[in-house]
Each structure stands twice: as C-alpha cells, then as structure tokens.
Design a protein around this ligand. Structure first.
Ligand SMILES: Cc1cc(Nc2nc(/C=C/c3ccccc3)nc3cc(N4CCN(C)CC4)ccc23)n[nH]1
Length: 275
C-alpha cells in the first residue's frame, strides 16, 4: 500500500538471495499485517553517493513502481534507515532465468518462444509507457512460482521521450547504436530480443568473443552465424535475422514479433500469463 510508511521492523529477514553491486537482496516476510513474502533489496547510501546515482535510483524506483504487468517484477514500496535504502520487491520463487539456462545449456524451442513472447508483451507495455529498459539480459530475468518470466532490475531503464545517449551494461546484449554511443531509442530492446532468442536456443549470445573489442567488432558488423548443431528451426533463425539488423528502424516491431510464425506456432499461451 503506497501510503504506508514501511520500516525494517515490519520485516523478518531471511536468506540472502544475491549480492548486487550496490547491496544485497534478501528473502523477507512482512510480519506486521500480511505475512507476505517479498525480496528486500538493501542499497548502501554511501555507494549511491559515491557513484552519484541518486537520479538513476530515483528513476528506477519511479519507473518500476508505476509499471503493472504480469511479466514485470513489482516494486511495492521503499524505506530507508541511517545507512541504507530498501526496495520492497516482488519475490519470484524460481529465481534467475540464466541459472536455468546454464543448467540446461539451452532451451527447447517452445520454452524459448514462450519467454520471448512474454518479454515482447512486457516490452510493448513498457514502450507504451515511454520506458526503454536497455539492459534486458538473462541476469535481469526471474521466474515466478509458475515459471512465468519477470523482468527485474530497471536500474538502466530510462523514461524516454527523446533519443538517449548513455552507455550501460555488458556489451553482449547492446545494439550497435548503443555500443557506438549514438543516439538510440526503443528499438534497442528489439535488438536485445534477437540476442536473447539466439542465446535461449544456442546457449551462448551470438557475438560472444574472448575480448570485448572483438565482441564490439562482431556487433558492429552484425557478424551473425547459425551453428549447424543444435538443429534450430528455420522460423527461429528467420525471427532472429529480422531482429539483429543494424538499421534500428527496420528491426521487426514488437507487434510483428507476436505475429511471427515461430511465435504463433510455438508459444504455450498459459506460459505467457497473458490475461
Ligand atoms: C528481486 C528478487 C529476487 C527474487 N528471487 C530470487 N532471486 C535470486 C537471486 C537474486 C539476486 C539479486 C542480486 C544479485 C544477484 C542475484 N535467487 C533466487 C533463487 C531461488 N531459488 C529457489 C529455487 N531453486 C531452484 C533455485 C534457488 C529462488 C528465488 C530467487 N525475487 N525477487
């Protein structure tokens, strides 16, 4: 409830779930009223001050609080004490998608298509709210108790009405216009859907290289090739090829992704929790 003023006393802190750059995320239970399980992200104020990230953190909080979509992790509220700011986040019971990806190596086409459809629907929702995520990568994707995908960590997202210029994230998922530090817009998220689709099916991102400079060159050249194994369907390769296009204006739109044969043929609609 937005009006309520939360404090640490309202929560029983459980196991640490993970350690981010600026603090830790803990399993927690709200003990005063609901017994509700949440994820509590504790961020050190001195880290925010040191890296001058107040505006970015404030933007992440405003954006994520305002977004309501089944595939976007909820931010229920926040509070602070002397040294830390706490974000009260939705708890995704099955953890990080990339751990599932590392465990299985790669995903069956139906599972990959279901995740891409969920991501596309979540991004369409974000884009109509003028939000570009810009940092969609497996580390930022969580799975809820039903295996539904949740986009987390809006740390790098921006409220965009004009073109953006800020550099961010690891290179593997960045569109050419971002790695070239050029003006970029919503279409960067479409590019990233192509990267993720490739990684879900082959187990590695398409432009992976030993050195970052080589990844940079491969992205700029759109040096895309499909290994002969695993044997991936022609439709999947067709969708990826229509997203990993250098000219951002001709990348397949989110609407067209939802209508693509690989999606319509493979998506298990129950898996996309589309209401
Ligand atoms: C914000 C949030 C996290 C979250 N849930 C989970 N986060 C993280 C790892 C989180 C993390 C955080 C910061 C940096 C790195 C990792 N790991 C998790 C691991 C989980 N399990 C339970 C299921 N097991 C199969 C694997 C381990 C469950 C939920 C997890 N819900 N909401």
């Amino acid at each position: 409830t937005p009006s309520k003023h939360w404090s640490l006393q309202d929560f029983e802190i459980g196991k640490p779930l993970g350690k981010g750059k600026f603090g830790r995320v803990y399993l927690a239970r709200e003990i005063k009223q609901s017994g509700f399980i949440v994820a509590l992200k504790a961020i050190f104020k001195e880290q925010i001050e040191k890296y001058r990230l107040h505006h970015q953190l404030r933007r992440e909080m405003e954006i994520q609080t305002s977004l309501r979509h089944p595939n976007v992790l909820r931010l229920y509220g926040w509070f602070h004490d002397e040294e830390r700011i706490y974000l009260i986040l939705e708890y995704a019971h099955r953890g990080e998608l990339y751990r599932e990806l590392r465990k299985t190596g790669r995903l069956p086409e139906k599972q990959a298509a279901t995740y891409i459809a969920s991501l596309t629907q979540a991004l369409a929702y974000c884009h109509e709210k003028h939000v570009i995520h810009r940092d969609i990568k497996p580390e930022n994707l969580l799975l809820d108790h039903e295996g539904h995908l949740k986009i987390a960590d809006f740390g790098w997202s921006v409220q965009s009405r004009s073109k953006r210029h800020t550099m961010c994230g690891t290179l593997d998922y960045l569109a050419p216009e971002m790695v070239e530090n050029k003006a970029h817009d919503y279409a960067v998220d479409n590019w990233t859907l192509g990267i993720l689709c490739y990684e879900f099916l082959y187990g590695v991102p398409p432009f992976e290289a030993e050195k970052q400079t080589d990844t940079f060159k491969r992205i700029m050249k759109v040096d895309l090739s499909f290994p002969s194994t695993p044997d991936v369907s022609a439709e999947a390769k067709n969708l990826i090829s229509q997203l990993l296009v250098k000219e951002s204006s001709i990348r397949l739109s989110l609407q067209k992704i939802m209508e693509h044969p690989w999606i319509t043929k493979n998506v298990d609609l129950a898996g996309t929790c589309s209401k």
